[in-house]
Design a protein around this ligand. Structure first.
Ligand SMILES: C[S@@+](CC[C@H](N)C(=O)[O-])C[C@H]1O[C@@H](n2cnc3c(N)ncnc32)[C@H](O)[C@@H]1O
Length: 287
């Protein structure tokens, strides 16, 4: 794989859509510092930015419960191959897109509302030499800026918790998938009384839109999908998150671009362990 020189910020800037600046999701996620903070952390961890490999980013780029473990497990369920057109809906700083593009050699389109994350994602794609396989769009998963029936697989990890209009989310997912295309999701649902906040996707309850598993399943099937796999991985998630919390401090981790992350992680892990939150892996098919 060709090595890349580090681009300056101006070479990879995207544009900010002022129309989205009041969105709940943007309020939750955008602090404008993700690229700078990740760059500093990579340097502190001894990484050479002019010779960066996708694996160097593993600890910092999977912004969801169980990190890379969850991404690998979900990808294993899909039928992605090198010819697949994959959409990562709510792509964050692009860890899932890079993982899929590198593992399968497929093309990945990444879309996220937070321009700061899109900018960081483009920069990282370039640094690890995957920008020829991944395109990044700033956009809303409830109004996808893509034509009908263009994708074989739509991947989405830990995004629906921020979406109030879930029927629109799944309608859009169905619209852009080819007939028989797969919807692969890794998400959090409610399971009991309210959890403590902040949580990784919502500093306060009003920024999240959690539903229980039965409601989530109905929303997906009512939008024109058939469920192929519905795996409640709450126990595994709680155990994995406890192990992650117990790891020695590392300059690389989601704390790098997420304020107050240790508290968010503790609240998430506690609520998974006592069942107030549940973690579900879903594979559905466009019917
Ligand atoms: C918890 S992060 C997960 C990011 C990524 N899927 C991952 O697992 O690393 C949630 C992401 O959803 C994005 N998001 C929230 N609402 C969105 C919307 N309406 N349209 C597009 N992206 C959205 C946020 O900007 C954020 O990047």
């Amino acid at each position: 794989m060709a090595r890349n020189r580090v681009p300056t910020t101006g070479q990879i800037d995207g544009t900010v859509d002022p129309g989205n600046m009041l969105s709940d999701s943007v309020i939750q996620y955008s602090n404008g510092n993700s690229r700078r903070n990740i760059e500093d952390a990579l340097v502190a961890a001894g990484k050479d930015l002019n010779d960066l490999r996708p694996a160097d980013l593993m600890l910092v780029e999977d912004f969801h419960t169980m990190g890379r473990f969850a991404t690998v497990q979900l990808a294993d369920l899909t039928n992605i191959d090198a010819d697949a057109e994959v959409l990562d809906a709510g792509s964050g700083i692009g860890g899932t897109a890079r993982y899929l593009a590198e593992r399968f050699g497929c093309r990945v389109t990444a879309v996220d509302l937070t321009e700061d994350y899109c900018h960081t994602s483009r920069w990282l794609n370039h640094l690890v030499g995957l920008d020829d396989r991944i395109t990044v769009h700033q956009g809303d998963v409830t109004a996808l800026p893509f034509a009908d029936a263009g994708y074989d697989v739509l991947f989405s990890q830990h995004v629906q918790m921020n979406i109030a209009d879930k029927p629109r989310l799944y309608r859009e997912a169905r619209r852009v998938l080819k007939d028989g295309g797969q919807l692969a999701m890794w998400d959090i649902t409610t399971g009991g009384p309210d959890p403590e906040y902040p949580l990784p996707w919502a500093d306060v309850p009003a920024l999240g839109h959690l539903v229980d598993q039965s409601r989530l399943r109905s929303l997906i099937t009512e939008s024109g999908f058939e469920i192929d796999q519905w795996n409640d991985l709450t126990d595994q998630a709680a155990t994995t998150m406890r192990a992650i919390i117990a790891m020695p401090p590392n300059p690389l981790g989601l704390h790098v671009f997420n304020p107050n992350f240790p508290d968010k992680l503790k609240n998430l892990t506690t609520a998974l362990a006592d069942g107030r939150l549940r973690a579900v892996q879903v594979l559905a098919r466009r019917s």
